[in-house]
Every structure is written in structure tokens, then in C-alpha cells.
Ligand binder design. Structure first.
Ligand code: FAD
Length: 433
């Protein structure tokens, strides 16, 4: 049986990026996906500004931009019916012009990535589902699977990368997935037509019974993701329930006036999970296969691309040294944790914060009065400002003090004296949300 350098399972952003980085280093790579592209994927489709540089290194940024995208200038947030704050991305020396983020439909993005992998010399096999690993001792040395023709296949490689996303085959095979808590939420998503948002921002509305993330897409479209507790959704009338909950918030109703979903709602359950490292050598996990917190901070694609870049570097060195043992490949896990640990801490803090009405309203109100704090937070969420700026006792102290002062201030007192840099939408809403 032929043995290649690397087999990558899954041709989403993580798998394609890993395959391209390795091919660019001269490695022989086979990329397998059970789907045929273009294939769609439930996603907010709003990509951290920091992903631009990686997409450029893979050689696809200009192609993606030419293929129909929008550039968003920041994040608009409202909490439990409070005013909407527009927080622009802060400038940064790494970005020559203004900082912005891509909003691009996954159908096109993922197809472009697969095409780029083939062009880079990767052997791309669509309609190939991996069902199991080939193990020798404590090392993965290949995969088994079934092609769409129903024909079985076996392939061998020095290293296997599992980029199979939230249902990756490794998670089942080695029981690596750990669900996060009882209150796991579901996401319901659909593209809408005839969407005309006033600004090119990603709109995050936190209210009961859940939050939404809405991004405009090219040609008057929009992506509306609703995250809720599954108990509030009647699974027999999922489309109607999604629409009712989305439009129950007056701000969303105003923004989506005249718009309508162009497709049936798609659902993803068990949003949040963590993953233990694989107990064998010859195997690495990248992208969502490594775990997922919640789409609120919308950095999954950046994480997928960046973890792919790190994994490719680690695999390249391991292949050079002829050591692909579990210990040798652990350097990837260590590097990944070092780079992302503080960002993950922030995501978990935000998860607590958004579901606490008083804290959430207090924080969003404070961000309206303190553009410096808001800019740092959005820069960290956008993955281009050092998380240390925000995950620090100093920042936390300023936020808590600010919230406390806000709660003690007479309405319109202290805040009125400041010159607001952030834009606040007028007309407070009376409705209970
Ligand atoms: C509701 C929701 C909203 C989100 N919004 C955003 C957002 O706005 N911005 C953002 O950056 N991120 C967002 N994310 C996260 C983002 O979608 C993921 O982080 C990203 O898709 C991860 O990429 P991936 O390549 O790891 O996995 P995927 O994109 O899931 O790709 C996995 C691929 O593996 C293939 N595969 C799986 N198993 C096998 C197998 N056994 N054999 C062969 N092929 C296999 C699948 O067919 C698939 O093509 C969101 C996620 C959710 C759930």
C-alpha cells in the first residue's frame, strides 16, 4: 500500500489550510472529505481580521475578496433592549489601512480553499468518508474508509491530521470529546434576502431567550444565527420558532424589516465542548476537532486556520527528524495552548457575562462610555490585539469599577460629560426582551 507523508481528514478551513501549508513545504498530502464541494456549513460567516494574513499566506485572500465578500468595520452590540453600541475595530500597525473583517458565505469560501489545495499539489479526494484508523502499536499509520461509490479504501501515511470538525472521527474512536455543562445551547441559522443594515458591522443582540449574530453578506443578503436553549424551540416547527424568536427583539425586527429567510433553518446542537489530546502518536487534531466554546466571539475560522499553520510547522519538523511519536507531536498542543489560552479564558468570561442581564447591560453601557476599553476588547475578539490587554486584573478592575459607577450615577450624569466616540442608536425601547 502506498504511504504518503500526511493524510488530512476533512476539507474545511482547518483541513485545507493544513494541507496547503504542508504542500507548500514540499510534503505529499492526501486530503479526504466525505462531502462534495461546494458544500454548506452552519456558520456566522464573520471572520476575525487576523485571518486575512493567514489566508494570504495560503494564497487565497485576493481570490476570496474577488469572489463576493463584504468588509465589516467592527461589532455593534446591544444588551437586553439597551442601546446599540457600534464599536469600530481599533487601528493596528500590522494593518496598513483601516482594520476590517471578511464576511463571506461558507459555500464559496470552502470551495475556494479546496480548489487552492488541489492547485498547491494536494491529492484532494471528495466523497471519501474516513471511518477508522489503522494503528500499529501506539501510533496511527493510516485510515480506512468508504468512498461514495461504496468502495472501501485504506491509505497509509507517516502522520494523520484529523480536521473533521465537531464530529471528527478521532473524537468517537478515542473518546476525546467532553461536553461542556448541562446548559449546552443550540444554534439555528439561515441566510436572509433583502437585508439592509445601516452599517457594515456584525450585529450582536443579546436578549432573552438567546442572542443573535447578524452579518450582512454581498448582494443584499444577511446571515442570522440565533443561539438559544433547546428547550425554547419546538422541534416540530423549527422554522417558525426561529423566525418568531429572531423577530421578537425590536432592534432585530427593525434591522430585518422587509427581509426574509431564503432557506430552511439549519440547526447545530451541543455547541460547546472540549477535547482531550489524542493518546497515540502519528495523529494531530486541528480546527473544531480540537474543541469549541461558543460562536459569540466568532473566531472559529481564525482558530482553524491558525491551528492548521501551527500543526503544519510541527509536522514538518517531526517528519524531518523522523520522530512522529505522541511526545514529539505534543509540541503543537503546547504551542496552541500558549497562544490561545488567554483568548479561551476571555471567551468563557464572556459566556458568563452575556447570560447575566445586569452585568451584560452594565458592561455594554460602560463600553459606550469608554471607547478605549471597547477598542481593546474588540481587538482581542478580532484576534489581533494581545489578549493580555484584556485578560488582566487591571482591565477587569476598570470594567467592574465602571459598572459600579454606572449603577451609582444618576441617569445621564457622568456619561454625558464624556465625548462619545462610539455611536449609540437613539430611541430607547420599552418592550421587555
Ligand atoms: C452556529 C455557529 C456559528 C459560527 N459562526 C462563526 C463565525 O461567524 N465566524 C467564525 O470564524 N466561526 C464561526 N463558527 C465556527 C466555525 O464554523 C468553525 O470553527 C469552522 O468551521 C471550523 O473549521 P474546521 O475546518 O475545523 O471544521 P469544518 O468546517 O466543520 O469542516 C470539517 C470537514 O470535515 C469533513 N469530515 C468530517 N468527518 C469526516 C470523515 N469522517 N471523513 C471525511 N470527511 C469528514 C466534513 O465534511 C467537513 O467538510 C460558527 C460555528 C457555529 C456552530
Amino acid at each position: 500500500m502506498r504511504c504518503v507523508d500526511v493524510i488530512v481528514i476533512g476539507a474545511g478551513p482547518a483541513g485545507c489550510a493544513t494541507a496547503v501549508f504542508l504542500a507548500q513545504q514540499g510534503r505529499q498530502v492526501v486530503l479526504l472529505d466525505r462531502a462534495f464541494f461546494p458544500r454548506d456549513k452552519v456558520c456566522g460567516e464573520f471572520i476575525s481580521p487576523a485571518a486575512d494574513a493567514i489566508l494570504d499566506r495560503i494564497g487565497v485572500l485576493s481570490r476570496i475578496e474577488e469572489g463576493g465578500t463584504m468588509r465589516l468595520d467592527g461589532v455593534a452590540i446591544s444588551a437586553y433592549g439597551g442601546p446599540e453600541r457600534l464599536i469600530p475595530y481599533p487601528s493596528h500597525p500590522d494593518f496598513p489601512g483601516r482594520v476590517s473583517s471578511l464576511s463571506v458565505e461558507r459555500l464559496g469560501l470552502d470551495r475556494t480553499l479546496v480548489e487552492r489545495a488541489a492547485e498547491a499539489g494536494v491529492d484532494v479526494r471528495q466523497g471519501h468518508q474516513v471511518t477508522d484508523f489503522i494503528l500499529e502499536g501506539d501510533r496511527v499509520v493510516g485510515v480506512k474508509g468508504k468512498a461514495s461509490s461504496d468502495k472501501g479504501f485504506e491509505l497509509r501515511a507517516a502522520v494523520v491530521v484529523d480536521a473533521g470538525g465537531r464530529n471528527a472521527v478521532s473524537l468517537r474512536k478515542f473518546r476525546l470529546k467532553v461536553e461542556q455543562g448541562k446548559g449546552n445551547r443550540i444554534a439555528l441559522a439561515a441566510h436572509w434576502d433583502n437585508v439592509h443594515f445601516p452599517d457594515n458591522y456584525c450585529y450582536m443582540h443579546v436578549s432573552r431567550p438567546g442572542y443573535t449574530g447578524m452579518s450582512p453578506t454581498e448582494g443584499g443578503g444577511g446571515n442570522v444565527v440565533l443561539v438559544v436553549d433547546p428547550s425554547v424551540v419546538d422541534s416540530n416547527r423549527i422554522d417558525a420558532a426561529y423566525r418568531e424568536i429572531v423577530l421578537s427583539n425590536p432592534r432585530r425586527r427593525k434591522l430585518l424589516d422587509g427581509a426574509a429567510p431564503r432557506e430552511n433553518v439549519r440547526a447545530v446542537g451541543s455547541l460547546s465542548f472540549r477535547v482531550n489530546p489524542p493518546p497515540v502518536g502519528g495523529l494531530l487534531l486541528v480546527g473544531d476537532a480540537m474543541g469549541f466554546i461558543d460562536p459569540f466571539t466568532g473566531e472559529g475560522i481564525y482558530l482553524a486556520l491558525r491551528s492548521a499553520e501551527m500543526a503544519a510547522g510541527c509536522i514538518h519538523s517531526a517528519l524531518d527528524s523522523g520522530n512522529v511519536s505522541r511526545t514529539a507531536l505534543m509540541s503543537y498542543e503546547t504551542e496552541r495552548n500558549r497562544e490561545f489560552h488567554l483568548k479561551f479564558v476571555l471567551c468563557r468570561v464572556l459566556q458568563v457575562l452575556i447570560y447575566n442581564k445586569r452585568l451584560c447591560r452594565g458592561t455594554v453601557s460602560l463600553l459606550g462610555k469608554r471607547p478605549d476599553l471597547a477598542a481593546d476588547l474588540v481587538g482581542v475578539i478580532g484576534d489581533y490585539v494581545d489578549p493580555k490587554k484584556v485578560v488582566s486584573p487591571g482591565f477587569l478592575g476598570k470594567v467592574l469599577l465602571g459598572i459600579l459607577r454606572g449603577a451609582l450615577d444618576p441617569p445621564g450624569g457622568r456619561a454625558k460629560k464624556k465625548t462619545p466616540v462610539l455611536v449609540e442608536t437613539p430611541a430607547p425601547l420599552n418592550r421587555q426582551q
